[in-house]
Design a protein around this ligand. Structure first.
Ligand code: PA5
Length: 453
């Protein structure tokens, strides 16, 4: 069961302050659970762990099994919420050297991501890699019109499926999109492709437990039932009959909200496991896009410890005193390594001979937390039993709920992202997309003016 530990914030947040904020927390919980909150039309993620749609889940599993048997590569094409959570779970749970493993040591296809940027060089190299291989695409876009995945899909399908039969195309292209709308839905209908639905009431960054994440995660050989069980366990912790401040996500939301109101404007999320790096990327989008609006919000920063203690450690210890940190911890490792005995002691590590690596990592974690707290950085931990599909489900639901509650306590709609449109409209105008002529003229004038200065 997931555990939240905020002991190392006690020097920064007093119990009476938590009591004082609990009324706001209670209101946020009530509005979220009764689906009367801001943006309530996008709160379908609350129910995803219940696996309401068992039929869809069975279809996901069947499709994943087929792909695991039939292809060498699955290319997952998507961006933002249609990409990050999937990659986070797959990288958190896969072999660290998955891409380098020889085929006889692999049990399924390699998973590759595309459509999450516009790099020409990336697509060029990917085309080279995939040439002559058995490849399937899972194209994921709720709107079906996002430029990055649409471009990647067009480029890759031209190369890989130009001469393919209609039957091969049908077997190798799977679409995950809106039930009714969008270009991908139209393509799927026209070419009779297998499709999975992103529910109307689940926004991109809350969609990893829908087929958006479940299909590629299952193709990677990860148990999606266990993932959903983990999310359900976390949800049960939040809706059980208990003191609100005893519930992990609710308490985390309350503590981080208090810290933010005291001027701690940057939250650092870190883990002492390198495979969690993409999880912090998912978390950054979740909190950045949900909470940072109208000039407000806590800046989400991701770190990889102990690696980043040798790059950002100085900044955290002595930089601006506006950071607080949240650490994802696992009580047990999946495989233990002992430090070997070496009587020569040339490396002066003999005092550690026979010590488990996990103990060394734990002591680094504790020593860092104590140093950071002494340096004025409040520290919290989210603790799971071990790196497993269950734990990833727990963490996903925990952070989604805490994010929604944090936003609602500050009267922010967690489920929209009005700021994301600005770059898109400029890019379309500069590319000459029909309908963007006025903006193009404005930008050209602006650029000319800057040039003259
Ligand atoms: O959280 C979000 O809503 C966004 O990050 C979207 O997921 C992202 O922009 C991709 O959108 P779409 O799935 O429509 O291609």
């Amino acid at each position: 069961m997931l555990h939240f530990d905020d002991q190392m914030t006690f020097d920064f947040v007093a119990p009476h302050e938590l009591d004082a904020i609990s009324g706001q927390l209670e209101l946020a919980c009530r509005n979220l659970d009764q689906r009367t909150c801001l943006g309530s039309e996008y709160t379908g993620w609350l129910y995803l762990p219940d696996r309401e749609n068992k039929e869809e889940l069975a279809r996901v599993e069947k499709c994943a099994k087929r792909l695991r048997e039939e292809v060498d590569y699955l290319v997952v094409i998507g961006i933002g919420g249609s990409y990050l959570g999937t990659r986070a779970v797959i990288e958190a749970l896969s072999h660290h050297f998955d891409a380098q493993l020889p085929s006889d040591k692999r049990s399924g296809p390699k998973i590759i991501f595309a459509g999450h940027q516009l790099s020409s060089d990336y697509l060029y190299d990917l085309k080279e890699l995939l040439h002559g291989q058995r490849v399937a695409f899972n194209v994921i876009s709720k709107s079906g019109t996002t430029t990055e995945p649409a471009v990647a899909f067009r480029v890759l399908r031209e190369v890989l499926f130009r001469d393919a039969s209609e039957d091969t195309f049908r077997k190798r292209v799977i679409i995950t999109t809106d039930r009714q709308r969008g270009a991908l839905r139209r393509l799927a209908e026209e070419r009779d492709l297998e499709t999975f639905v992103i529910p109307d009431d689940v926004g991109g960054r809350f969609s990893v437990l829908t087929p958006v994440g479940l299909l590629p995660i299952a193709v990677a050989g990860i148990d999606i039932d266990e993932l959903l069980d983990g999310a359900a366990s976390s949800r049960d912790q939040e809706i059980q009959d208990a003191e609100l401040l005893e519930k992990p996500a609710a308490r985390y939301a309350a503590v981080r909200t208090l810290l933010a109101r005291k001027g701690y404007t940057t939250e650092i999320l870190g883990a002492y496991e390198p495979s969690m790096r993409m999880f912090t990327e998912w978390w950054k989008q979740l909190f950045g896009e949900s909470a940072c609006k109208d000039g407000r919000g806590v800046i989400p920063l991701g770190v990889d410890f102990t690696t980043d203690l040798h790059s950002l450690g100085q900044m955290i210890q002595e930089g601006p005193r506006t950071f607080f940190e949240t650490i994802i911890r696992f009580s047990n490792v999946r495989h233990e390594v002992l430090i070997p005995d070496d009587g020569t002691n040339l490396d002066q590590l003999q005092y550690l001979a026979g010590t488990p690596m996990s103990e060394v990592n734990d002591k680094a974690m504790l020593g860092t937390a104590l140093a950071h707290v002494a340096g004025g950085v409040p520290n919290m931990s989210v603790i799971c039993e071990k790196r497993s599909a269950f734990a990833m489900g727990e963490l996903i639901y925990f952070f989604e709920r805490a994010c929604a509650l944090s936003c609602l306590m500050d009267a922010v709609n967690p489920f929209n992202q009005p700021g994301v449109e600005a770059y898109k409209s400029n890019m379309f105008a500069l590319l000459g997309k029909p309908g963007h002529e006025k903006r193009r003229a404005e930008l050209e004038n602006l650029l000319e003016e800057r040039h003259r200065r």
